[in-house]
Design a protein around this ligand. Structure first.
Ligand code: ZN
Length: 289
């Protein structure tokens, strides 16, 4: 079964909800980047959240990028997604380690550390919208909820969960967003707050075999709701030789001549998918022309 995200509206459009399962996508990302357990959890949470955020934009070719810079062993992470559920991303140090938390969970907050979260939304307009907020816990879900509240004035309940098995494979992964739309009442806030405090952690719910439909129903049970769309979520990189060549051209004639003289060829890796592109001496010389 594939990963997917359900989008729903509830309480006469005052609540929008997204529930995603992402185990296959996160597992693929962990294989591509050869991540440690805590790096898999961090990358998996960020990719899942970014995929959901891509689906909030409303247009297929809009892009959202979430970049985290922290002083922990992970060094930072970045993910980017479109409006079709396609997401890609990386962490700066895939081999990062952090001692487990006292409750036995992977310590994503420690691996990320203190720093900032930046969201860039490219809606196809002249300028992209950029917002930066301080990290609250480095656990990513809290940090994104804080971002939505301070930058977009959207109260949000965000949960992200990645369970990594002892063999480093991804056992469960998913995420949900519950967001209040402009015009919501205090009464609705109270009702939602009273309802959501009762839930087990998301990774536990997924591990119990709950589907996205089950979780959505649990989250929105006190309200009248409607599922409005269902999108597949996949790890997908759109890099190609032409784009990599443009990067090579952008470094300038002197640099390319130096590479020819010193190494005789160039090898460039895509940050997002680790695919390597080799340029022979002849390729580099033809670029110079
Ligand atoms: Zn790539």
């Amino acid at each position: 079964m594939k990963d997917y995200c359900l989008r729903a509206t509830a309480a006469n459009g005052m609540i929008r909800a997204f529930v995603a399962t992402s185990r296959h996508m996160v597992n693929e990302a962990s294989h591509i980047h050869q991540t440690s357990a805590v790096a898999t959890a961090a990358l998996g949470r960020l990719l899942t959240a970014t995929a959901i955020m891509g689906l909030t934009l409303g247009n297929d070719d809009n892009l959202v990028t979430v970049s985290i810079k922290g002083d922990g062993s992970l060094g930072g992470a970045l993910a980017t997604a479109d409006g079709l559920g396609r997401v890609r991303g990386y962490v700066n140090n895939p081999l990062a380690h952090a001692p487990d938390r006292t409750d036995g969970k992977l310590n994503v907050g420690s691996a990320i550390g203190a720093g900032q979260l930046t969201v860039i939304m490219d809606l196809g307009l002249k300028e992209a919208y950029t917002g930066t907020t301080e990290l609250i816990t480095g656990e990513i879900a809290d940090d994104l909820a804080h971002y939505y509240m301070t930058s977009e004035q959207i109260p949000s309940v965000i949960a992200l969960g990645v369970l990594v098995d002892t063999d480093l494979s991804v056992k469960q992964a998913g995420g949900y967003f519950l967001q209040l739309m402009p015009g919501y009442s205090d009464e609705l806030v109270d009702k939602l707050e009273a309802h959501i405090t009762a839930f087990a952690p998301l990774s536990q719910l997924l591990d119990e075999g709950k589907t996205a439909e089950d979780i959505l129903d649990m989250l929105l049970s006190p309200f009248v709701y409607e599922v409005v769309s269902r999108h597949e979520i996949v790890f997908s990189c759109n890099c190609n030789r032409e784009r990599v060549e443009k990067v090579l051209i952008s470094i300038g004639r002197d640099e390319i001549e130096e590479i020819i003289a010193e190494q005789g060829k160039a090898e460039l890796n895509c940050h997002f998918c680790n695919k390597s592109y080799e340029f022979s001496k002849a390729d580099l010389e033809s670029i110079l022309k």
